[in-house]
Design a protein around this ligand. Structure first.
Ligand SMILES: [Zn+2]
Ligand SMILES: [Zn+2]
Length: 349
């Protein structure tokens, strides 16, 4: 018998409604998961506000934490059984391109947010629905006692793990994180867990003191002091060994390059919006031996690392939970998530 479930359908810019759709049924080698939590990320806000191009009707949400509801035939129940909890990886990777084959599915050549995933009737990342059908490789096991709200941070933390692990930190003593939003703070927590001194540059005073509370060694107010001079003062004139830009602002991206030490690395973690260019002097790169890189998304190893670090308490994302709102009230949740002082709004199913 066909059962129904609820999903949040984005049918146009700023038009989202909870609707009843068919509940998916797991086939051979598939697992039916029941979503426990899903956070609203900046990407989802951009889809909602019409900045990211999505195909309507669209089902967003990708920072998912779930419980196994039912397993299809062929699933090893010693590995995956009903009631177990797991973070859910990105479902829209193709699994067979060059990058998927070398275990770097975060840069999948065929990645498309407008794919249909999870047994849903509409395109999207799928997390704003009560149930999804996935394959075992999409799931990353969590301890059964992990709080559902914390589990929703596996995806953003996996992206930050990817960003940090991409860089050789063996000679780095310090790191500068520009921007103390959710992703900036997750960089701070992870870099502190790795034993580095971490500086934060952030114009918002409340966010600066939040960063100090969470372990930032120094904070920079880029509006009232010259951030380039300040970082040099803090580092014997060298600059930061690693600079992560976690803001979407072009001028900050330019400044990030001026703030790095010789032999250091600048990583463009955030995408820049609107899309514009910056100039780089090749002779400066040549002489200072600076590396410039970027990072987006994550892979299966990063996901497992992330959920393990959260389960073991090595990274505690709890301070980033601004509000927990029932899934049915997703419109209120969007409004809350876009308030200026918000970190993460978590939808609870
Ligand atoms: Zn996200
Ligand atoms: Zn691929």
């Amino acid at each position: 018998m066909q059962m129904n479930m609820k999903a949040a359908i984005l049918s146009g810019t700023k038009k989202i409604n909870i609707e009843s759709i068919n509940k998916p049924v797991p086939g051979k080698n598939e697992i039916l998961i029941k979503l426990k939590t899903c956070a609203i990320c900046t990407w989802d806000q951009r889809a909602y506000n019409g900045i990211n191009n999505v195909l309507f009707p669209f089902i967003g949400g990708h920072e998912m934490f779930a419980e196994i509801e039912e397993v299809g035939s062929g699933i090893d129940r010693a590995q995956w059984d009903v009631g177990e909890k797991a973070a859910v990886g990105l479902l829209s990777m193709c699994g067979h391109c060059h990058y998927c084959e070398i275990g770097e599915e975060g840069i999948c050549s065929n990645h498309d947010y407008n794919k249909i995933v999870g047994g849903l009737p509409y395109p999207g990342t799928g997390g704003f629905s009560e149930y999804l059908v996935v394959e075992p490789h999409n799931l990353f096991k969590a301890s059964k006692t992990l709080k559902n709200e914390k589990g929703a941070f596996a995806e953003p933390l996996s992206c930050v793990i990817h960003s940090v692990n991409k860089i050789d930190l063996s000679k780095a003593q310090n790191a500068l994180v520009i921007g103390a939003g959710t992703m900036g703070i997750l960089h701070l927590l992870l870099l502190k867990a790795k034993g580095l001194s971490v500086f934060i540059s952030e114009p918002n005073e409340r966010r600066r003191s939040f960063a100090v509370k969470l372990g930032a060694d120094e904070v920079i107010d880029p509006v009232n002091e010259d951030p380039v001079r300040k970082i040099k003062d803090l580092t014997d004139g060298r600059g930061a060994d690693v600079v992560f830009n976690a803001t979407a602002v072009l001028d900050v991206a330019k400044q990030a390059i001026e703030m790095v030490a010789p032999l250091g690395t600048v990583s463009f973690y955030s995408s820049i919006y609107p899309k514009e260019l910056i100039e780089i002097d090749p002779n400066w790169l040549h002489k200072k031996m600076v590396s410039i890189t970027g990072s987006a998304n994550s892979n299966a190893r990063d996901f497992q690392n992330a959920i393990d670090m959260i389960s073991d308490g090595l990274v505690d994302p709890s301070p980033l939970i601004s509000n927990v709102i029932p899934f049915e009230n997703i419109r209120d949740a969007y409004t809350a998530s876009m308030m200026p002082d918000n970190y993460r709004t978590i939808l609870k199913f």
